[in-house]
Design a protein around this ligand. Structure first.
Ligand code: SF4
Length: 508
């Protein structure tokens, strides 16, 4: 027998995971209009919009990485917080069972995934009391790709491209610009940032994350911070990192800054980076019944139109595994490819494993997909892909070149690009790196026609297992080729030059 509170919390989790709020949709729509049709940034944004529409229609996760579910609860004095936390846990368990959340709770020492998103410290729940007769629950699902791009600065400091950042507003300005620059496309730009000025190392980050709960349309009540927010939004876009780090006019979609007192010895600027899949929602509940009184962040409805064509697939090059070295060496940065046939997922655990062991299947000429999907199993034992976008590839940088060479892999798909060692490895072994559109989990799930099998499911859990997926018309862009070219390196170099142009003091 479920309670009303459980049902309300399950609805909150489901809606947060599958249906982006109107303010975020408006920001993405504006970006879509900014980019010229046919450019890589425009292709990426159209794919993102297509994905948002599908996720809402099918009530499936917008992105496969549903992050660390974080609840902020405000409740009246005397409200039973212990019982309410149990309701949250039950709703999280059920949402995971239904495939609205990916099982993401992992023991850091054993690597064991609990399978239901419950475990030591997960989900995160913060309670605050207030003098109102209502319970407010806000939820954010922030994935690992963008969480890994959070950054904290202790002032004074030296910053690449910007020089000395002092203990003043101009030093803060430089830190925030640098935070956007260092994220490049790895946090699935175009992104949003929450900034915390002051506090200590812990509360600075808390303050930064709190800013992500502000509406994108609000105006900072502190005029100095309001001016800084506008400045950052304008200048960060001049870095031209673009959506997915492909280059383009839109890099940042929102900037919110908060301030908290510090102690004299410490001066922190903490930045929480959130990807375009900015999943945060809230509900106000009746404290007695647990029923939803109203939703938060849903002021005006904002519909997005499904684009007619995300990728221009008519001129795309079809790749079917096993792929020959000759085919791969003909590819160059910027080519759009369509993959058909079998690909194999592999992320952190698989890469570590393959360094020392044989692969469970023949990978020669094969396609390796950096992806941790959301999967559901039918009663008859058949697996279905519920969400399957790419994960951040840079984590595999220490292993990738060796694994490509050892197993004869011809194509690696991921997002955010890889480094110099992989680039040299691609050249040596005759392989390419393909960038899929980060977060487009529904778009890519639709390309999977069948699940051929899975290895290491028990050992590593759903996201880290090796899934063998039969795909058709899976589009991606060559961003690192076998001739030593890397779009990611080019964009990083060019944006550093643009960052240097912003070196001169502005807030003195
Ligand atoms: S959109 Fe990208 S950064 Fe955001 S959760 Fe998904 S994979 Fe991670």
């Amino acid at each position: 027998m479920t309670t009303k509170a459980f049902e309300s919390l399950l609805a909150l989790i489901t809606e947060t995971s599958t249906n982006l709020p109107p303010d975020v949709r408006r920001a993405i729509k504006r970006a879509q209009l900014e980019e010229e049709l046919g450019t890589r940034a425009s292709i990426a944004l159209n794919t993102i919009v297509d994905n948002i529409v599908s996720a809402e229609e099918d009530v499936q996760p917008i992105c496969q990485d549903t992050g660390m579910p974080t609840f902020i609860v405000h409740c009246p004095v005397g409200f039973n917080q212990i019982a309410f936390e149990r309701e949250i846990e039950a709703a999280v368990r059920e949402a995971t069972k239904l495939g609205k959340l990916r099982p993401n709770s992992v023991d850091p020492l054993t690597g064991k995934n609990t399978g239901d998103n419950l475990g030591e410290g997960t989900p995160v729940v913060h309670f605050h009391q207030w003098e109102r007769d209502q319970v407010e629950v806000k939820l954010i699902l922030k994935g690992g790709g963008c969480e890994n791009k959070n950054i904290q600065y202790a002032l004074p400091t030296e910053l690449p491209g910007l020089g000395r950042a002092g203990r003043d507003l101009d030093g803060i300005r430089k830190c925030i610009l640098h935070a956007v620059y260092q994220a490049q496309g790895q946090g699935c730009s175009a992104g949003f940032i929450g900034v915390g000025i002051g506090g200590d190392r812990t509360t600075g980050y808390e303050l930064a994350k709190e800013q992500l709960f502000r509406s994108l349309d609000d105006v900072n009540p502190n005029p100095q911070l309001a001016e800084l927010e506008d400045y950052i939004l304008d200048k960060a876009n001049q870095l031209e990192i673009g959506t997915m780090g492909f280059g383009g006019k839109v890099t940042l979609l929102g900037c919110k800054i908060g301030v908290r007192n510090r102690i004299p010895a410490s001066f922190y600027v903490s930045v929480a980076y959130n990807c375009w899949a900015f999943r945060r929602l809230g509900v106000v509940l009746d404290p007695a019944t647990g029923e939803i009184r109203h939703w938060l962040y849903r002021d005006n409805e904002e519909k997005l139109e499904r684009p007619t064509h995300a990728f221009a697939t008519d001129s795309a090059i079809v790749l079917e595994a096993p792929i020959s070295e000759e085919q791969i060496r003909k590819l160059k940065v910027g080519d759009v490819v369509l993959i058909r046939g079998e690909m194999h997922t592999g992320r952190d655990e698989i890469h570590k494993y393959l360094m020392k062991h044989d692969a469970p299947v023949d990978l020669s000429g094969g396609v390796l997909y950096h992806c941790g999907p959301v999967m559901l199993k039918d009663d008859d034992g058949t697996w279905h892909v519920k969400a399957a976008g790419p994960t951040t590839s840079s984590r595999e940088e220490p292993y990738q070149a060796d694994i490509i060479e050892k197993f004869g892999i011809r194509a690696v798909i991921g997002k955010g690009g890889m480094g110099e060692k992989t680039l040299q490895g691609l050249k040596k072994s005759g392989a390419v790196y393909l960038n899929a559109i980060g977060g487009a989990a529904q778009y890519y799930a639709k390309c999977v026609k069948r699940v051929n099998g899975v290895d290491f499911l028990e050992q590593f859990g759903v996201p880290e297992a090796m899934w063998h997926l039969e795909v058709e018309g899976f589009p991606a862009i060559v961003t690192m080729d076998a001739h030593g070219n890397s779009l990611h390196k080019d964009v990083a170099d060019e944006s550093l030059v643009k960052l240097e142009d912003l070196k001169e003091p502005v807030f003195v």
